[in-house]
Write a protein that binds this ligand. Structure first.
Ligand code: FAD
Ligand code: SF4
Length: 528
């Protein structure tokens, strides 16, 4: 087995160099049919790692991605425009029940193109819960640490250095120190980050090691073929074996409209790895004749890390446009059920949390130079939902409801963030909760944040970490895949995205998904 070489430093123009083996929309001239040892569906963190590992082991791999590749010229700094191009449903996908926006990317590299590159290993306690609750024997830190280590080396994962933290991140550190709360620089998969704070709209300096500049080029160098702008619509099977996938070439940014669709394709393969993402894979299975669903668990158990944020206004300039998008965190409250982080996003997106209209709204925009934003993500593993297929569509319907005990954790996290802001010297905070004071100027006033006055329907939540819709379980009657990621019902169908997590991981999920995908691809490679 070759060792991971790490991404090519000259990867900026890799797409040009790799043109022969990366197909883009303009290159499709008609229907086509191909064969491979393995077809991997989805080029996000999990699919890209799986494709690389299998290709590096000498297998003929085709990686299929519905979205287009993005070059630096394609990135839009305007947050709204960026979302319409890089996110499904223009970034406006929502859950029903408890209404919450949830973003899933549609791009070569999947979520890694637009995420903050945070890479955190879950603590032992998370894996202990998975082991006891889901009959899993080998999914623990001892077994996964070599995979975490290999990915960390490959992607250059390291703590964010002080030079690129910027004041809004360092204020968080100072606030934690003042209150005796542990905190640390966030470990991220970046090389040469300049602290431009624009991870959500794409890293223009290509410092972020998103999959399109790291694992996908490595997979190409190992011999994989990559087809972009192809939407897989069906997984084909005979008895207990899958035989291939088929679908349609789709024009970038116009999928969903009939005019956006063009040629049909089919790929036959000896094994299939579905890594289309937690909300897409179950729909694909349902639309393929309810495949892999003897357990009835496909599309069930949907979980999120619901997140919320508070903006704090300081008396002096913070210059929040400078600094790593998310540079500091605190894991001190993980056992209580939440993780704290610093956060930045394009101001039009942040302003969704600003109160008021007209002049009042503009007055908050005017305070952006003195602003910092800190967030909490909550381990809401009691708040469950499900994914359903829409009629003749691969877009999901997401039902989800926040559990009262998780609302209590959200309230508590709000109060802790408020305490941190006032400890750091903030002059006021915008808690972003409707129905209570929209602006708070003292800790005394902020005590209401941890009370019943904060109604769940009045919280401005976001849930970009999504899990469990094809969960891993040792018992075939209670889960979709086994501990190796192989579907219990099918001999050669694997699932590798964050849908296989048995529960939310309590920390940012990308690294865990990649480690599981790496383990799984190495096992599959030996079986082929
Ligand atoms: C704004 C944002 C910030 C985030 N920040 C972080 C962070 O800093 N750290 C972290 O750990 N996590 C973060 N996350 C979450 C993280 O990005 C996801 O958990 C991760 O990308 C999931 O990886 P995946 O491979 O399972 O799926 P995805 O990344 O969703 O990749 C799935 C891919 O499959 C493709 N696909 C779907 N359906 C089809 C089909 N039918 N045919 C062909 N292709 C298809 C999609 O287009 C997509 O590219 C963030 C998410 C968002 C949205
Ligand atoms: S903060 Fe800026 S330079 Fe650093 S990884 Fe994010 S987008 Fe790239």
């Amino acid at each position: 087995m070759p060792s991971d070489p790490g991404p090519d430093a000259a990867s900026e123009d890799w797409l040009v160099a790799a043109r022969e083996r990366v197909r883009v929309f303009a290159q499709y001239e008609g229907a086509f049919r191909e064969e491979a040892d393995v077809v991997v569906v989805g080029s996000g963190p999990c699919g890209a790692v799986a494709a690389y590992e299998l290709a590096a082991a000498g297998h003929d791999v085709i990686l299929l991605e519905e979205g287009p590749p993005f070059t630096v010229r394609d990135f839009e700094l305007d947050g709204n425009l960026s979302m319409t191009r890089t996110m499904r449903e223009g970034g406006l996908r929502m859950t029903r029940g408890t209404v919450m926006p949830t973003m899933q990317a549609i791009a070569l590299g999947g979520g890694s193109l637009v995420n903050s590159a945070i890479c955190v290993r879950p603590p032992d306690a998370v894996f202990d819960r998975w082991a006891t609750g889901f009959d899993l024997e080998r999914t623990n830190r001892a077994e996964l640490d070599p995979h975490f280590d290999a990915i960390a080396t490959f992607l250059g994962i390291a703590p964010t250095p002080d030079e690129v933290q910027g004041r809004r991140n360092l204020l968080f550190r100072d606030a934690c120190n003042a209150l005796g709360v542990s905190s640390e620089p966030i470990e991220r998969s970046v090389r040469g980050c300049r602290g431009s704070g624009e991870c959500f709209t794409g890293c223009r300096s290509r410092a972020k090691q998103s999959m399109d500049v790291s694992y996908v080029p490595a997979a190409l160098r190992a011999g994989a073929r990559v087809f972009t702008s192809v939407q897989v619509q069906q997984v084909h099977s005979i008895g207990r074996r899958v035989t291939g996938v088929s679908g349609q070439v789709v024009a970038p940014f116009s999928r969903g409209s009939r005019r956006g669709r063009s040629h049909h394709f089919r790929i036959d393969a000896r094994a299939i790895v579905l890594a289309a993402g937690c909300t897409a894979t179950p729909v694909l299975l349902k639309q393929s004749g309810d495949l892999a669903n003897a357990s009835g668990q496909v599309g069930e158990n949907l979980q999120f890390h619901p997140g919320l944020a508070i903006a704090g206004i300081f008396p002096e300039p913070v210059d929040p446009q400078f600094g790593a998008t998310q540079g500091y965190q605190s894991l001190a409250f993980l056992e209580e059920g939440f993780k704290l982080e610093t956060l930045w996003a394009p101001p039009p997106l942040l302003s969704m949390r600003f109160p008021g209209f007209g002049e009042e709204l503009l007055s908050h925009f005017a305070e952006i130079p003195q602003m910092a934003v800190w967030d909490a993500i909550v381990s809401a593993n009691r708040s469950l939902g499900r994914v359903r297929a829409r009629w003749r569509s691969l877009d999901p319907v997401l039902h989800w409801a926040i559990h009262p005990e998780d609302v209590a954790i959200l309230r508590r996290s709000l109060k802790v963030i408020a305490e941190l802001f006032f400890a750091a010297g903030a002059r006021k905070i915008l808690p972003g909760v409707q129905g209570i004071a929209e602006v708070m100027t003292s800790l005394d006033q902020a005590r209401i944040l941890d009370s019943d006055a904060v109604r769940p329907e009045n919280l401005v939540l976001g849930g970009n970490h999504v899990f469990c819709t094809t969960r891993m379980h040792g018992d075939p009657t209670r889960g979709v895949v086994d501990e190796d990621g192989r579907c219990h019902d099918l001999e050669n169908l694997y699932i590798a995205d964050t849908g296989i997590f048995p529960q939310c991981p309590s920390v940012n999920p990308m690294l865990t998904g990649m480690a599981l995908a790496r383990r799984q691809a190495r096992l599959l490679g030996q079986r082929l």
